[in-house]
Design a protein around this ligand. Structure first.
Ligand code: HEC
Length: 194
């Protein structure tokens, strides 16, 4: 066991570090700008790959893109931007796609804004949150279901047989069905410790 005084000292250091790194408004604006660019680039790249794979080999081939390329595209975007980029959803398909508390709240808030009439393309939000490790920049962009998404995320009994079979084999705990165009499928989540 660590002596309490030591734990207390550590906490104090962590809190001070958190305060010291709270970004200026200019720095925050730059972070938002960078996150938006990163998110936009990733959505475009992934969308392009998905469309191309659907045309070339149908949804069976496109599942491979989602499974293998989507995490790789996110990893590339992370490396390029120095921010951590991933896709999450409260009804996740990839077992690693479980949202944390901030991401859950972000999606709920974005859903409310969508219902209130905001344009789906620009639905995003950000915050600087204090954690025990210090301040962290967080960003979430809504991934809104398009007609093409329904092939693999629509009502479970309406999916093409090849998709049903691949999902049953590769994602036995899949929760990511039952979506219609216009619903928020998940969020693109970006974070950067400050
Ligand atoms: C060809 C089938 C297919 C299509 C079409 C498709 N997806 Fe997916 N989606 C998947 C698969 C498979 C995964 C799991 C990928 C993985 O293993 O990381 C996934 C994962 C996701 C995730 C990550 C969270 C989770 O549930 O694991 C999001 C968000 C997502 N898809 C949104 C979309 C959106 C938005 C569209 C339309 C623009 C779309 N998908 C189109 C098959 C598809």
């Amino acid at each position: 066991m660590m002596p309490n005084r030591f734990v207390f000292a550590l906490l104090t250091v962590a809190l001070l570090a958190g305060c010291a790194t709270t970004p200026t408004p200019e720095r925050q604006a730059a972070l938002v700008d960078e996150a938006r660019k990163t998110a936009g680039g990733l959505i475009q790249t992934l969308g392009g790959e998905l469309q191309a794979a659907m045309r070339a080999g149908g949804p069976g081939e496109a599942i491979r893109v989602c499974k293998e390329k989507a995490p790789k595209i996110a990893a590339d975007a992370s490396q390029k931007s120095g921010m951590q980029v991933k896709r999450v959803s409260p009804k996740n398909r990839n077992p690693k796609g479980v949202p944390d508390a901030w991401e859950l709240e972000a999606q709920a808030a974005l859903e409310k804004r969508l219902a209130a009439g905001e344009k789906p393309e620009t639905l995003d939000m950000y915050a600087v949150v204090n954690t025990w490790r210090g301040a962290e920049f967080r960003y979430a962009k809504a991934l809104v279901t398009q007609p093409v998404c329904v092939t693999c995320h629509g009502a479970a009994d309406s999916l093409p047989d090849v998709v049903k079979a691949r999902l049953a084999a590769e994602y036995p705990n899949d929760k990511a069905t039952g979506y219609a165009p216009g619903m928020i499928r998940g969020v693109l989540s970006i974070r950067k410790p400050l």
